[in-house]
Write a protein that binds this ligand. Sequence first.
Ligand SMILES: [Zn+2]
Length: 50
Amino acid sequence: MGKFAEADALISKIFICRKCKTRNKRGAAKCRKCGSIYMRAKRKDIRVKK
Ligand SMILES: [Zn+2]
């Protein structure tokens, strides 16, 4: 978890199309733009200074 719980929750709901990098909602079967089924979750492990 990062510093902001709300932002984390929001980020985890976003899926990125591997093909065209469009943001899609989590649970979307296909990319809304190009129809690709190859999607990844948005990176959650944002580097934070310690
Ligand atoms: Zn796409």
